[in-house]
Design a protein around this ligand. Structure first.
Ligand code: AMP
Ligand code: GLY
Length: 426
């Protein structure tokens, strides 16, 4: 069969790499894909992830059997709906179901309706009322722009003054544009963060595994939020008892609730969680797609074929026996450009990629690179590479990932040295 992956980041490179290994797949295409994905996918740089028309045309002209949608924006814009209307199997939720990610207010109200544990919250669409609310409640809170803001629209506010400043930035300055027309103000939950991925066809669920990502730019979780500086899987905070609670209290009711409301959820449901000291999980956010960078260690850990899961979910016939198994552990370390997540230079030659290719159990996924005229690669984005290794323990995988990362060099290369330390130093 032919599979088209939509997107161009490290997540999509990992998906294309895994899909290409399937005995059922004879061709992988990517739109737009990236220079770094060229070895595993036939990339169409002219067809961007947001070009719904172009993707539908490509799927038709290349007789694609399955489209796997990586990023959230095309899902929110209705790409999965458009493909299904055209008779093409699509992995990813409808725009209506993707609201679990694309509107925090929708997600919060949905969780409330279905008794899914998450932080207490209010939704406000007027600056004065929002200011009055944070002044009246006092103390720490979390302020979020309602719409999609590339992971950057969330402010952890220790004081009322910080909350006021965040509200002004979102609703007055409109730093995130229309995403800031409404805000969600919520209780600041205490505990350890982790994420969980489950694939569903709207009824049946195949569980993947737990993971933890590192969103802040600096070690010790200091500095600004980024798209993700690394991740590992599994996360020890999600032991068997916590996993059972996640399925029973969150994933099960979410899948059933969406079906009952007439907007069945198909695709992968990413659950961002806080687990409290008693092992009780609460939802911080749902994502309507695979996490990035979590997908990189998840897929490097996964044994067996991913495609039956993707296809089963897309066609409404997920076979629970297709449940994947996972090797012990994997760790992904992101190499970023100096200055990220603010301004950074691009066009810096990358050395050492070939040395790493021969290391067993190590995969390097490209997030922001491009080919040079000489046939090498140079930097082309903030997050440049995800160096991902599997191992017999998280420690082993971590050591392999850093050993590989140390062989790769470009001017200003930046990475966190403490990826997976939370699992190892427990
Ligand atoms: P979100 O985009 O909603 O996932 O939020 C981004 C990050 O903010 C999360 O990964 C958490 O670290 C943090 N966060 C969001 N909401 C809360 C909350 N209610 N309590 C504690 N931390 C939160
Ligand atoms: N790593 C978190 C996300 O993909 O949203």
């Amino acid at each position: 069969m032919r599979v088209l992956v939509v997107g161009s980041g490290g997540r999509e490179h990992a998906l294309a790499w895994k899909i290409a290994q399937s005995p059922r797949v004879d061709r992988v295409l990517a739109a737009p894909g990236s220079d770094g994905m060229g070895a595993v996918a036939d990339c169409r740089p002219g067809v961007k992830a947001g070009d719904l028309e172009g993707i539908c045309e490509l799927a038709a002209s290349e007789a694609v059997d399955l489209v796997v949608i990586g990023p959230e924006d095309p899902l929110a814009a209705g790409l999965a709906d458009r493909l299904r209307e055209a008779g093409v199997a699509a992995f990813g939720p409808s725009a209506a179901a993707a609201q679990l990610e694309s509107s925090k207010a929708f997600a919060k109200a949905f969780m409330q309706r279905h008794g899914i544990p998450s932080a207490d919250h209010v939704v406000v669409d007027d600056l004065d009322r929002a200011l009055a609310h944070v002044r009246a409640r006092g103390g720490p809170c979390v302020v979020k722009a309602d719409g999609l803001a590339a992971g950057k629209g969330v402010f952890m506010c220790a004081t009322t003054e910080e909350a006021e400043a965040a509200l002004r930035e979102i609703m007055e300055t409109r730093r995130f544009g229309e995403a800031g027309a409404r805000v969600v103000i919520e209780e600041w939950l205490q505990g350890e963060e982790a994420s969980y991925h489950a694939i569903t066809d709207g009824t049946n669920v195949a569980t993947l595994a737990s993971a933890q990502d590192y969103k802040r730019i600096f070690e010790g979780d200091q500095g600004e939020n980024t798209g993700g500086m690394g991740a590992y899987s599994p996360a020890p905070v999600i032991d068997a008892a916590v996993e059972a609670r996640i399925l029973e209290r969150i994933v099960g009711p979410a899948v059933e609730g969406m079906r009952a409301e007439g907007t069945p959820y198909t695709g992968v449901l990413y659950v961002g969680l806080i687990v409290d000291a008693e092992g009780n999980p609460s939802v911080i956010e749902f994502n309507a797609r695979f996490g990035d960078p979590e997908t990189q260690p998840l897929l490097v850990r996964m044994d067996g074929d991913l495609v039956p899961l993707l296809e089963g979910a897309a066609r409404g016939a997920l076979d629970p026996r297709a449940m994947p198994s996972f090797a012990d552990a994997a760790v992904c370390v992101v190499l970023a450009s100096e200055g990220y997540p603010r301004g950074y230079q691009v066009g810096r030659p990358i050395e050492g990629l070939a040395d790493v290719e021969s290391m067993p159990g190590v995969e390097v996924f490209h997030a922001g690179t491009r080919r040079t005229a000489a046939g090498g690669h140079e930097t082309a984005g903030g997050r440049v590479l995800g160096v991902t290794a599997r191992g017999s323990t998280v420690r082993d995988a971590r050591d392999r990932a850093y050993a590989a990362a140390s062989k790769i060099h470009f001017e200003g290369v930046t990475c966190r040295r403490d990826i997976a330390a939370r699992a190892i130093d427990r």
